[in-house]
Design a protein around this ligand. Structure first.
Ligand code: SF4
Ligand code: SF4
Length: 351
């Protein structure tokens, strides 16, 4: 089990340029596999262009109480990057003035940002249609000061989306750390107790599944059935939807692929499973990702690879819809993760 972030360990992979080099060299440089750009050009889908903004995803910091093996953020307790209230205010100003229907707060553990509750209170007043907080569940149990989060989420009608790699302790703890399963189950029961995830409830509770190894997720609908059955029978837990997400070959998952000698096979699998129908719905075309320091990216993955938006507008404080719409999306070989099989986005399958 990894116990420190790549950054703390001063790993070569902590530098995004080294990750990008791996993704552009070897099997992609020698022509064994086509580059993503060439692949999408086969179906006249290059360049990918941004459509009107629908989802604003804000990463409020890389600090997390967990250090999951496959984290694409390289988050952990040792990451200190945290969004300030000033940057949050700039985000609020943008949310008020755009047609975005979804606000999506992520991290790290977003709840660990000291201004998280203030931000949620302010953002919930704006009245976006879908206000998502990506909670890792264990944060609810991590410290007394977080125990009231289910009530807080309920008060602000937040849509809770939580990672849950499996319905068994062994598989979950292997990926996310010892004790994570038990703590997540307790947190889910507490969310259910205030009404989250219950049949017919409008307090939305969705789970995110991502594979625990170098393989692609199975069919989202059948996995959802299996998860629902097992969690209900074993723990009396209810939830609404399961999103199946493909692990993208970046950050700590890239480290895992290389260390387990699975990198090339995994890339072959992604390219083999390439689905041109998924390209039209990749999330970067209607999403903007804001980093903890206010810079703009086409998606959270590009944020971690430090690939900024291809626009004169680079920061949330300079937001300009006209200049951002129609921009060319910045792509590399990690994008194959979004177009394999049924496709993958923060809302699960896309095709
Ligand atoms: S809980 Fe999420 S952000 Fe935190 S280490 Fe795990 S995957 Fe990364
Ligand atoms: S990784 Fe980001 S830029 Fe690439 S296809 Fe996926 S969402 Fe788009």
């Amino acid at each position: 089990m990894t116990i420190k972030s790549l950054h703390k360990r001063e790993s070569d992979l902590a530098q995004s340029k080294n990750q990008l080099e791996i993704l552009s060299n070897g099997i992609f440089r020698n022509g064994d596999l086509p580059k993503f750009k060439d692949k999408i050009a086969e179906t006249n889908q290059f360049p990918l262009k941004a459509k009107p903004l629908e989802i604003l995803q804000i990463n409020v910091g890389y600090m997390c109480n967990q250090v999951c093996k496959h984290c694409h953020v390289d988050a952990g307790p040792d990451r200190k990057e945290i969004m300030t209230r000033e940057t949050m205010q700039q985000c609020l100003d943008v949310i008020k003035n755009t047609g975005a229907h979804t606000l999506d707060l992520t991290g790290g553990a977003p709840e660990m940002n000291p201004n998280f509750r203030w931000f949620v209170e302010e953002a919930s007043k704006i009245g976006v249609k879908d206000f998502i907080v990506r909670s890792n569940l264990t944060i609810i149990r991590a410290n007394k000061k977080y125990h009231d989060l289910p009530e807080f989420f309920k008060k602000h009608k937040v849509h809770v989306v939580s990672s849950m790699p499996h319905w068994t302790r062994g598989k979950t703890d292997k990926q996310r750390g010892d004790g994570v399963f038990d703590s997540s189950i307790k947190a889910l029961q507490e969310l259910n107790a205030v009404g989250y995830g219950m049949p017919g409830s409008d307090l939305k509770l969705d789970l995110v599944y991502n594979p625990s190894g170098a393989f692609l997720p199975g069919d989202q609908a059948s996995m959802e059935k299996d998860f629902k059955k097992a969690l209900l029978e074993d723990f009396n837990i209810h939830f609404h939807n399961l999103f199946a997400i493909t692990n993208l070959p970046i950050s700590r998952f890239l480290e895992y692929l290389i260390a387990s000698e699975n990198y090339e096979d995994y890339m072959y699998n992604l390219v083999e499973a390439y689905n041109p129908a998924a390209v039209a719905n990749v999330m970067c075309t209607n999403t903007l990702s804001v980093s903890w320091d206010g810079y703009l990216y086409d998606c959270d993955f590009n944020q971690m690879l430090e690939l900024p938006v291809n626009s004169n507008v680079k920061h949330i404080s300079e937001y300009n819809e006209d200049l951002l719409e129609g921009r060319e999306i910045v792509i590399s070989q990690h994008c194959y993760g979004c177009t394999a099989g049924a496709g993958s986005s923060c809302q699960g399958s896309v095709a």
